[in-house]
Design a protein around this ligand. Structure first.
Ligand code: FES
Length: 247
């Protein structure tokens, strides 16, 4: 396949960037999107040009590092698929493909397609954990019974890989799907309930401090989430936040 890539280029510290054209030839349909970018970069390096910076790690759809907006959609056109799991057979020879970073004021651009998502780390640090006293005898986790429906709900929420596609897809740059998933993940488990009130307040406060917007129920976050995290988690987040204020 021969393609025309239109890629956002921005140097570290620049206030803005530009879309630059990169024609690429002989792309194999079985390549992943990131492998195609690797080949583009190899060619740029051989010509002495600056390669395109983009984030990636596992390339297996589990780490959440790959963060590209492809033709206007976070992680590209396939539902429930991360950029690293997107294959070039999804495109046709002669296509023009726009590649941009995840945008959001709380996700400042570091370079080209790489954005700073440490705001998510700080939200996690504010409450996304269960404190365990490790002195003396610790309780065997398997000795705490958890009902199957609760375990399933916790597991579904825990599928969030924290990539930030929800923020990139949302017109308000809201992080409520991410925060809702993290709060639900712990709240369904008896171990997580102990710090439940403190957790939801601290995580929401940190989310607001980082500059993420509010949810206006457009559902774009769920539609573009590569792990198909349910919008129900936002409802659960609102419920837990309200409960923490009135009980
Ligand atoms: S590189 Fe890890 S999810 Fe894509």
């Amino acid at each position: 396949m021969d393609l025309l890539l239109k890629i956002w280029r921005q140097n570290r510290g620049d206030k803005g960037g530009v879309i630059k054209n990169y024609p690429i030839k002989n792309v194999e349909p079985d390549m992943s999107f990131l492998e195609m970018l690797d080949i583009l970069n190899q060619g740029l390096i051989e010509k002495g040009e600056d390669p395109v910076a983009f984030d990636h790690d596992c390339r297996e759809g589990i780490c959440g590092s790959c963060s590209l907006v492809i033709n206007g959609a976070p992680h590209g056109p396939d539902k429930g698929t991360t950029t690293c799991q997107l294959h070039m057979r999804r495109f046709n020879s002669g296509d023009t493909i726009y590649v941009e970073p995840f945008r959001g004021s709380a996700f400042p651009i570091i370079k080209d397609l790489v954005v700073d998502r440490t705001a998510f780390d700080r939200i996690q640090q504010a409450g996304g954990y269960v404190s365990v006293n490790t002195s003396g005898n610790t309780v065997d986790a398997n000795s705490t019974p958890i009902s199957k429906p609760d375990a399933d709900e916790a597991f579904s929420a825990a599928a969030c890989i924290g990539c930030g596609a929800c923020v990139a897809a949302c017109k308000n740059s809201s992080a409520m799907l991410f925060v809702g998933a993290k709060v639900s993940q712990y709240n369904y488990l008896p171990q997580g309930k102990v710090e439940g009130k403190k957790r939801v307040v601290n995580m929401v406060n940190q989310m607001d401090k980082e500059g993420f917007g509010n949810c206006t129920n457009t559902g774009a976050c769920e539609a573009h989430c590569p792990k198909e995290i349910s919008l129900d988690n936002i409802m659960k987040l609102n419920r837990e936040y309200l409960k923490s204020k009135i009980t």
